[in-house]
Design a protein around this ligand. Structure first.
Ligand SMILES: Nc1nc2c([nH]c(=O)n2[C@@H]2O[C@H](COP(=O)(O)OP(=O)(O)OP(=O)(O)O)[C@@H](O)[C@H]2O)c(=O)[nH]1
Length: 360
């Protein structure tokens, strides 16, 4: 959501402070600062960052703040946009503009023993698994950043069930095929494209306890007592059509949107600016309601695809402009291969997803 728009939604008597936040890491080591007791949200860990000055872009502020606080020059590192987060602390409203920056091996070697910042603050490199497990007390707004950081740089998508229609038992064939071809520890979007085929998803999850899944949003709400599903499904998925239905139900003040999952984060599919705006609206709504966040957008198609040959591709430039509108991490989809994650990052995305080339 655009900063201006969110500010107008909120109490205008309190000005929103725009903050550039740098999630600096080298592989699985993440850099945290520690806020002094006298600061807002004091005695908590934080990512390096600070207020965006007037006349400064978020990326300029990021480079300046990181240099001022740590001495690390990130001007030539890729800053991967994760998202924008609006948070009301009661005494202060912030809009965090969050970027992930991987430092080079050389930078890490130079700064890995850094324990005190240039402003006298404590700095520490921490293990990603411990960070995500909540071992470090961070300001409340950062909770969503930790959920974003769970997303890998490659996401596998399943074939739809119809792909196996030639088999005597298509549902069993779907589960068996994916059981054999999904890479170890993958995050898999279970795009089965048929209502009522949840048993196939459940069977696949039972066969592959190493994988995590994004499943149609209704699945886990229907089966909230199912241990397999609860353990492995990390997010529910909404198609663009479902997202726009939610958005129009909000516009009509109908309560049907309450049917969306309340126990898991959501990932949505978008193809244009209107749906990205709806995703931002949904993310803002869920944060306000303290519901699990919207953690990503599948934005497609980047390139031509075999599954949607008639849909004109966006191409990376147009894709990048749309990705910039999103308040949450964006995943490239459509005609991509796993090695293109770097390209996605250079265009404002965090990951790539696909079917064929992502299965082994
Ligand atoms: N740097 C940083 N700030 C964060 C994070 N999470 C979060 O909510 N914030 C909030 O964003 C604002 C950061 O701005 P800042 O660091 O320049 O603010 P400050 O209050 O320390 O500066 P000041 O002493 O000039 O007022 C603070 O209100 C802080 O509580 C984070 O991970 N890193």
């Amino acid at each position: 959501m655009a900063v201006e728009k969110s500010t107008s939604i909120k109490n205008n008597s309190i000005k929103t402070v725009n903050v550039a936040v740098a999630v600096i890491h080298y592989q699985n080591q993440y850099l945290l600062g520690f806020r002094a007791a006298s600061q807002h949200q004091g005695n908590r860990y934080e990512f390096v960052g600070g207020k965006i000055d007037a006349h400064e872009t978020a990326k300029q502020a990021l480079i300046r703040e990181v240099a001022e606080e740590t001495g690390i020059n990130i001007a030539n590192n890729t800053a991967v946009k994760l998202g924008r987060l609006h948070h009301d602390y009661g005494d202060k409203q912030v809009c965090l503009q969050v970027y992930r920056i991987e430092v080079t091996a050389q930078q890490y070697a130079q700064y890995k023993n850094l324990s005190c910042g240039l402003e006298g603050q404590k700095l520490t490199w921490v293990d990603k698994a411990k960070l995500l497990a909540g071992h470090y007390d961070l300001p409340a707004a950062n909770k969503t950043i930790l959920v974003w950081l769970q997303l890998p740089v490659q996401i596998t998508i399943t074939y739809p069930l119809a792909h196996f229609n030639g088999f005597p038992n298509p549902r069993a064939a779907w589960s068996q095929y994916h059981h054999e071809h999904i890479a170890a520890d993958a995050l898999v979007y279970m795009r089965i494209k048929v209502a009522g085929a949840e048993d196939s998803i459940e069977r696949l999850l039972q066969l592959r306890s190493d994988i995590k899944a994004i499943a149609p949003d209704h699945l886990h709400t229907d089966k909230a007592d199912n241990a397999v599903i609860n353990r492995q499904i990390i997010a529910g998925h909404l198609t663009q059509t479902q997202l726009m239905q939610w958005s129009s139900s909000v516009a009509k003040e109908s309560m049907s949107y309450s049917a969306l999952s309340t126990n898991l984060p959501l990932i949505v599919s978008c193809h244009d600016a209107d749906s990205i705006n709806a995703a931002n609206q949904l993310a803002f709504f869920r944060l306000q309601q303290q519901l699990p966040p919207v953690i990503g957008i599948f934005l497609a198609p980047v390139e031509c695809t075999q599954t949607h040959p008639d849909t004109p591709p966006l191409g990376w430039e147009a894709w990048s402009k749309l990705a910039e509108l999103a308040d949450m991490p964006v995943i490239g989809l459509g005609g991509l291969s796993p090695v293109m994650s770097e390209q996605a990052m250079l265009h404002g995305g965090i990951a790539v997803a696909g079917i064929r080339q992502f299965l082994k």
